[in-house]
Design a protein around this ligand. Structure first.
Ligand code: ZN
Length: 282
C-alpha cells in the first residue's frame, strides 16, 4: 500500500468521513463536516504528478488512459459558455493576458484567441505530454509546468482541473500571485460532491479525479482566498435535445453511460462555471 496515503479532508481538514463510492480499486469518501468528496487513501503525490505528466494511471485493474483527443465540439461549447461569463465588451475592451491551466489539446486557447484583441497574450500549461505536443503543433504556446510561465495575467482559467488537484488551497494560493491587481479566475468543475452517487451521471474516474466538490466549496474557497464572485453559471451535462437524441439511439440498443439519457437529464449534476475577481483591497 506504499503507493497510497491517507489524508485529512482537503477542504476543512477534518478526519471524519464515510465511504461514498468505490471504483477501479479506489475509494472516494464524503467528509461528514463539510460534505466534500475525496479519494482516500489517495495515490502518493509522486504518482499523481507522474500520472498528470503521462495521462496514465496504474490501478488494480490495469492502466487507465485519460488522454482522450482534441474535440471541436468541446471548443464550441467552451466558446458559448465563456460568452455567458464574459459579455463581448469585457474581452475586447483592453489588451488581456490570458493563461489556461490544464490546457488539454488547446480547445480553450483556440477559442480565446478568436475572442480577444489581436495583441492579447494567450498561453497555456499542460503537464500531459501527448496533449501538450498536439497543441504546440497547432501553433499554441503551451508549457509543461506553471513554473515555466513568466509574468502576470489578467485572467487564469481552469477548465475541469479542480478535481485533479491534490491540494487546491495551496495551488490557488500560488496561482493568485500570478494575477494582476483585479485579475480574474475562470473556474469550471462539476458539482459531484453535492449529488447523490446514484445520480452522478458518469464514471467517477478514480483516482484521476481526486476531489468532487459542491458549489459551496468552490465559492467558499475563492472567497477565503480574497476573490469576489462575479458570475456563476450552471449547465446540465445533457440538455433536452441531446437527451431526446440519445434516447432514440438507446431504442436501437446503443447504451450511453451509467444512467439512461432521461436519468442523466433529471440528475442534479451541473457543470459549474465561476468567474471571480481578486479583490483589490486585500
Ligand atoms: Zn471536510
Amino acid at each position: 500500500m506504499s503507493d497510497r496515503e491517507y489524508i485529512a479532508c482537503p477542504y476543512c481538514d477534518a478526519d471524519d468521513y464515510a465511504l461514498w463510492a468505490e471504483e477501479n480499486g479506489w475509494q472516494a469518501v464524503k467528509c461528514r463536516q463539510c460534505d466534500i468528496v475525496y479519494v482516500n487513501p489517495r495515490p502518493t503525490l509522486e504518482s499523481i504528478r507522474e500520472a498528470a505528466r503521462t495521462g496514465l494511471h496504474q490501478n488494480d485493474f490495469g492502466t487507465l488512459d485519460v488522454v482522450g483527443k482534441f474535440s471541436r465540439k468541446k471548443s464550441r461549447k467552451i466558446k458559448r459558455r465563456l460568452l455567458h461569463l464574459y459579455p463581448g465588451a469585457d474581452l475586447r475592451g483592453k489588451t488581456i493576458r490570458w493563461l489556461d491551466i490544464g490546457a488539454g489539446f488547446g480547445e480553450l486557447l483556440i477559442v480565446i484567441q478568436g475572442l480577444l484583441r489581436h495583441d492579447a497574450t494567450v498561453c497555456g500549461v499542460e503537464p500531459c505530454e501527448p496533449k501538450r505536443v498536439h497543441g504546440q503543433q497547432a501553433g499554441l504556446r503551451i508549457e509543461e509546468s506553471f513554473s515555466m510561465i513568466e509574468g502576470k495575467f489578467d485572467v487564469i482559467s481552469l477548465i475541469n482541473v479542480f478535481g485533479h488537484l491534490p491540494n487546491h488551497f495551496e495551488f490557488f494560493g500560488e496561482l493568485l500571485k500570478q494575477l494582476t491587481p483585479g485579475g480574474e479566475i475562470v473556474l469550471v468543475t462539476g458539482n459531484g460532491g453535492e449529488v447523490p452517487l446514484e445520480q452522478y451521471p458518469q464514471k467517477l474516474f478514480l483516482p484521476d479525479h481526486l476531489v468532487f466538490a459542491g458549489e459551496k466549496h468552490l465559492s467558499g474557497m475563492l472567497e477565503k482566498l480574497g476573490f469576489d464572485i462575479i458570475e456563476i453559471k450552471r449547465y446540465r451535462v445533457i440538455p433536452l435535445a441531446k437527451m431526446i437524441r440519445r434516447s432514440i439511439k438507446r431504442l436501437f440498443g446503443r447504451r450511453t453511460g451509467k444512467l439512461s439519457p432521461y436519468e442523466q437529464y433529471r440528475s442534479p449534476f451541473r457543470s459549474i462555471w465561476i468567474r471571480a475577481r481578486l479583490a483589490t483591497d486585500v
